[in-house]
Design a protein around this ligand. Structure first.
Ligand SMILES: Cc1ncc(COP(=O)(O)O)c(C=O)c1O
Length: 352
């Protein structure tokens, strides 16, 4: 800390992202990236003469990207907000909707950025414990005391609520926005998009980082009613109007429009997830049923951190969290068949 740092900066524990090693190459199953390359349509944009246009500012309305997203989901462009990764969309949602006098709520085990944003923006927050089986008890979210953040499927557990359960939460928070973070929703059938027209307090946050193989392009978006989107636009125009670079706007639209590639590759990941789950179970691991592109698993009698370190020594990166309740678990991104097989083989050797 410098002598100039603000109290809020001093009090905030910054988010710690998963390792992004730049020195050595690993089988990288630690930050839920997509193991396949982006679609050819995306590569065509990157390799086109559009790079020459980088001298110009990007479109602050992200029109091309919004239109592609709206068309895909059967919504209007005015229902879509675009951000520099869904992290930025989430941050702007805190600025737009979380009031000082309220209490922001989210599960105690969920995306690690939720408490960081709350702390950084000087907000009161409450972390609600998951049940013993790591599921969310929706009754815990009926207090209507502030913005609700729920990752669905949840991370790092992979467990998902169904649409009826999301609807109950929306009904019971009529005075606050309920943010459903659907970063992993393309890997299951639990989206709340169908509720947008019915609930003015629903904001869905999504990303191109996982199912569209574009983590490095930094593109996220929100879907909701026109008023919520207008508020987010106001927050963005008070902060960083050109928030998405020119190439990423075009890249996102190209990826969204290539439905064939999206469907084909997401289907492979789901298939690989089932096989990975079964293989881990055969090694004696407990594996939570995952609706995401990762699995959350532990092996009784083995320390999670030791397993993580041993895998790393063997060139395989997975994610370990030191939080007491989940310290024996590993969060393993679903990779290609070959990557998953290498993981299983190495784990088998380690636990022998
Ligand atoms: C639940 C959840 N939400 C949001 C994000 C942020 O994704 P991005 O900023 O890459 O869109 C992540 C990233 O891992 C996540 O796990």
């Amino acid at each position: 800390m410098s002598i100039f740092s603000t109290d809020i900066l001093k009090k905030t524990d910054a988010y710690v992202p998963g390792e992004q090693p730049q020195d050595k190459s690993y089988i990288k199953l630690n930050t839920n990236e997509f193991p396949f390359e982006p679609s050819d349509a995306v590569k065509a944009v990157v390799n086109s003469e559009k790079a020459a246009d980088l001298r110009l500012y990007s479109d602050p309305t992200c029109r091309v990207l919004k239109n592609a997203i709206a068309e895909n989901y059967g919504l209007d462009a005015e229902n879509v907000f675009c951000g520099n990764g869904s992290d930025e969309v989430l941050a702007l949602s805190y600025l737009a909707f979380c009031k000082k006098e309220d209490t922001v709520v989210f599960p105690d085990i969920s995306y690690g950025f939720y408490p960081v944003f709350a702390s950084f923006f000087g907000l009161t927050y409450k972390e609600i414990p998951l049940k013993d089986d790591f599921s969310i008890d929706i009754n815990d979210y009926f207090s209507d005391c502030g913005t609700v953040y729920i990752a669905n499927p949840n991370a790092p557990t992979g467990l998902a609520l169904n649409t009826e359960q999301i609807e109950e939460i929306l009904k019971n928070n009529p005075n606050h926005v309920v943010v459903i973070d659907e970063a992993y929703c393309d890997f299951c059938d639990c989206t709340a998009i169908g509720l947008i027209k019915k609930y003015e307090n629903l904001l869905i946050v999504r990303t191109f980082s996982k199912s569209y193989a574009l983590a490095g392009a930094r593109i996220g978006f929100a879907l909701g009613n026109k008023e919520l989107i207008t508020d987010l636009e106001k927050a963005k125009f008070s902060f960083n109007p050109y928030n998405i670079n020119r190439l990423s706007i075009e890249i996102g639209a190209a990826a969204m429009n290539d439905r064939e590639y999206f469907e084909k590759t997401v289907a492979i990941i789901k298939e690989n997830r089932d096989k990975l789950t079964n293989d881990l179970k055969e090694l004696g691991f407990t594996v939570l049923p995952s609706g995401a592109n990762f699995v959350f698993a532990k092996k009784d009698g083995f320390d999670g951190e030791q397993l993580y370190l041993k895998l790393k020594e063997n060139g395989i990166l997975v994610r370990h969290f030191s939080k007491e309740r989940i310290k024996d678990y590993l969060r393993i991104t679903v990779g290609t068949k070959e990557q998953n097989a290498a993981l299983i083989k190495t784990l088998g050797r380690i636990i022998k």
